[in-house]
Ligand binder design. Sequence first.
Ligand code: 6PG
Length: 254
Amino acid sequence: MAKRELIICRDLDDLSRRAAEEFIRLAQQSARLAKRFTVALSGGSTPRSLYRLLAEPAYSERVAWRDVHFFWGDERCVPPDHPDSNYGMANAALLSKVPIPAGNVHRMAGEKEPQLAAREYENELIAFFGLGRSDWPRLDLILLGVGEDGHTASLFPENAAVENRENLVVAAYAQKLDAQRLTLTLPAINHAANVSFLIAGASKALIVSEMLKADPASSSIPAGRVAPVAGRLNCFVTQDAAARLLSLFARPNQ
Ligand code: 6PG
């Protein structure tokens, strides 16, 4: 079972600051130990303020950007300059503002035919991490959000992608959004060294309480299936999003 910690934050600003400190701590630790830091970014609106914060000198000057490799947990099947692009959002908020070598930005090709883009990204992960046939990548950090329906990355409830144990990356059709997506699969997520959920807003209170009670082996809630097999799970949750939580954790960080 993953080591799991709930970090209750005053508000989105506090959440972003705490998540930024964790990012920097892991980046410095990974760069020291392995001369690189591999992180998969999340899309959506919550992480934007974290990305903007990391671009501020008080934070960005504490990261050896030449050692950082950016990946994505998921991507919308749109071009990188499309307003819905997760890469586009991260590039505007962070990547374009820090000295990250171009070769260290491993975006999912949302502009390509989804199945081809999924295979290409899977091959990129296999090559980068030097994976054998039955290996899974061990990213240093994966950032995730959760939707009110319990989706995470682009793993949506009742979607076959949630049960995929073969691939690292799949193309998934998000029925309720009528949109094609690219996403890491649960095994690819659950083999990370660190996974951090970033969850803000009263609208997430119900799903937060449900996902944290879920059985990672069988839950119908994709976010409830996230349980790093040999890593840490940190849940950065604003107070309003944590409002319905029972005392699932002994000592929530205040
Ligand atoms: C995406 C994300 C998605 C997101 C959740 C929560 O591409 O949209 O990967 O899984 O994390 O929908 O989004 P918010 O942070 O905007 O609530």
